[in-house]
Write a protein that binds this ligand. Structure first.
Ligand SMILES: [Zn+2]
Length: 159
């Protein structure tokens, strides 16, 4: 039976208790928790604030795109006169917080790192954080997965 009008609260529901059999799955869950908890930290807030322009506007420090995240049509129209390229959208849909130096280094894999190693990389200093637009985040992520692929290739060749 399909329940209507109710969304699951989390997409990562564990139906099987596979965390007992698979320590990598357990690590993945803890890592997800740490990432969520980091969002409540002062470091996260500070990084977000550095992209905040005031009046519900954020600017991506990489591509300089400006987004009005407020609900007021009137304010948006007014701000658009000053900033003709101003876009509009929900903050959570338009921006991502990014670890400049990624949590998992390019030449490592999550499965080969301990939680002791991962924790301080999640809870990093605000200097390592940037609040960037989704487009820039996508580009950076694609670039990073390219680097990871190269590293894996290098390792294979060494063997
Ligand atoms: Zn951007």
């Amino acid at each position: 039976m399909v329940k209507k009008g109710r969304k699951p609260t989390t997409g990562r529901k564990t139906t099987k208790l596979d965390i007992f059999e698979d320590p990598i799955k357990l690590k993945g869950r803890v890592l997800t928790l740490m990432r969520a908890d980091f969002k409540k930290s002062p470091m996260y807030a500070a990084a977000k604030k550095s992209s905040f322009l005031g009046q519900a506007m954020y600017q991506c420090p990489l591509c300089m795109v400006m987004v009005y995240t407020g609900a007021s049509d009137k304010n948006y129209e007014k701000l658009k006169l000053e900033h003709p390229k101003l876009q509009r959208g929900k903050e959570s849909k338009m921006f991502n917080l990014d670890h400049i130096e990624p949590i998992v280094p390019y030449d490592r894999a999550t499965k080969d790192m301990s939680l002791d190693e991962l924790a301080p990389r999640v809870y990093c200093h605000e200097d390592n954080m940037q609040y960037i637009c989704k487009e820039c985040h996508k580009i950076k992520s694609a670039h990073e997965s390219g680097l990871r692929k190269e590293e894996r290739k290098k390792k294979k060749e060494k063997k």
